[in-house]
Design a binder for this molecule. Structure first.
Ligand SMILES: C[S@@+](CC[C@H](N)C(=O)[O-])C[C@H]1O[C@@H](n2cnc3c(N)ncnc32)[C@H](O)[C@@H]1O
Length: 396
């Protein structure tokens, strides 16, 4: 096991489209040798930095610590190579384990099968030495192991995050289509919001965008509300170091005077958003109104004191709506933006490009993202004061 101050290579995994943000976050946090990959960024840091990365990164899903890379030609090769690792360096026989496997290979096609083979190699090593074996716990294992197989190269990593980092710990109330917290933070960062101007999510659902915005602006670490990180169960866990990292991060929390506003049509969902806002302790910054975006009178509630107000929204994409209703909804979103939000910027994420055409506004930027499995566009619109006409520059 390395000492606390030894540097090693790590990989932060993210979603498609958020890699550049993650590169910036890592550099700002002090990572060395930062390199962008497909849905991942590699970097170098020590154990304390690994703790800090898990606590602070907003656009990372997991932080992996590679322990071995080798080539394999078949499943038996994987079994053999995994069996050469001394697993007692990382876990005890009474601990539990889970193995995730990501495959990008013409030689191997069944990630479940490869994970199973790797698990067999580990438990057989313990059984041979101790006559008993660790058990599997897919939900909450002591040690989460990650296999990444690209062509015939296999990298075995320890997953220092445990549960995915999008599980921030503040959202115990969700509606039917909540956006993932990592994507929400990424959208806010991509929008270029200055962390001071009023921010509005006029279809806020369970409040994810509002809470992520408040956490960004107040420097609340992304993982501040999490109960647990994977590395806390590792046998080299340094609790004094973790306390130091945690306390240094929370010392940076500020209390900015901000106006972050959510609007939600459904009463029950608006209540969920309010509860999540309380869970995240950002109720002084975030207000939620239970009404329709079309009926909401923003300037009765929001003062246009600093900067240009920005709307960031994730409207329904239509999985549960008739096509005509969806076209009508998007048309009225466009009409409302033109009528009530002159002088503001709006960013809208949707997978429904057809419905988006009904909005009747021209976008000035377009970014490709994924919301779960759905390919989406994140589009920017600028509503100019006075003319109610939309700037026509296309910047795709
Ligand atoms: C895709 S969900 C938003 C999810 C949200 N980003 C979250 O993380 O929970 C869309 C939300 O828009 C709400 N909605 C639909 N029509 C609306 C309207 N006219 N005004 C306000 N909210 C509306 C729905 O009730 C739903 O909660």
């Amino acid at each position: 096991m390395e000492l606390g101050n030894e540097n090693y290579l790590m990989t932060a995994k993210t979603q498609y489209g958020l890699e550049d943000l993650l590169v910036e976050e890592l550099k700002k946090l002090g990572a060395g040798s930062v390199e962008k990959h497909n849905r991942a960024v590699s970097f170098v840091g020590d154990k304390g930095f690994m703790y800090k990365a898990n606590l602070c990164l907003r656009t990372a899903l997991r932080i992996l610590k590679p322990i071995k890379t080798f080539n394999i030609v078949n499943e038996e090769g994987l079994y053999r190579e995994i069996g050469k690792i001394n697993w007692e360096d990382y876990m005890k026989v009474d601990d539990t384990l889970a193995i995730d496997c990501a495959l990008n290979s013409d030689f191997f096609t069944h990630s479940q099968f490869m994970a199973q083979k790797a698990k067999d190699a580990i438990v057989d090593q313990f059984r041979d030495r101790h006559g008993k074996r660790p058990s599997v716990d897919l939900e909450s294992p002591t040690l989460r192991i990650n296999l990444h197989i690209f062509k015939n190269a296999c990298t075995v990593s320890l997953d220092s995050s445990g549960e995915s980092l999008h599980k921030r710990g503040y959202r115990n109330q969700t509606n039917i289509a909540p956006i993932n917290e990592v994507l929400a933070a990424g959208m806010i960062m991509l929008s270029g919001w200055d962390k001071r101007s009023p921010l509005i999510d006029p279809m806020c659902g369970s409040g994810t965008l509002l809470i992520e915005a408040a956490m960004i602006a107040n420097n609340i670490p992304a993982g501040y509300f999490r109960k647990r990180f994977g590395f806390e169960a590792w046998n080299d866990f340094d609790s004094a170091l973790w306390d130091t990292i945690f306390n240094a991060a929370i010392d940076k929390i500020s209390e900015e005077s901000l106006q972050i506003t959510g609007v939600e049509l459904l009463a029950e969902t608006a209540e969920m958003a309010k509860q999540n806002v309380l869970n995240a302790k950002v109720e002084d910054t975030v207000q939620v109104f239970n009404t329709s975006f079309m009926d909401f009178e923003p300037w009765e509630h929001i003062k246009k004191t600093v900067g240009k107000p920005i709307l960031i929204m994730n409207p329904p994409y239509g999985e549960r709506l008739e096509s005509d209703d969806l076209q009508a909804l998007y048309k009225s979103i466009g009409d409302t933006l033109k009528k009530k939000y002159a002088g503001c910027e709006a960013w809208i994420i949707t997978s429904n490009i057809d419905a988006m055409k009904s909005i009747g506004l021209h976008h000035t930027r377009k970014i490709s993202l994924y919301n779960g499995p759905l390919e989406c566009k994140f589009l920017k619109f600028s509503m100019y004061e006075g003319t109610k006409k939309i700037h026509k520059i296309k910047n795709d």
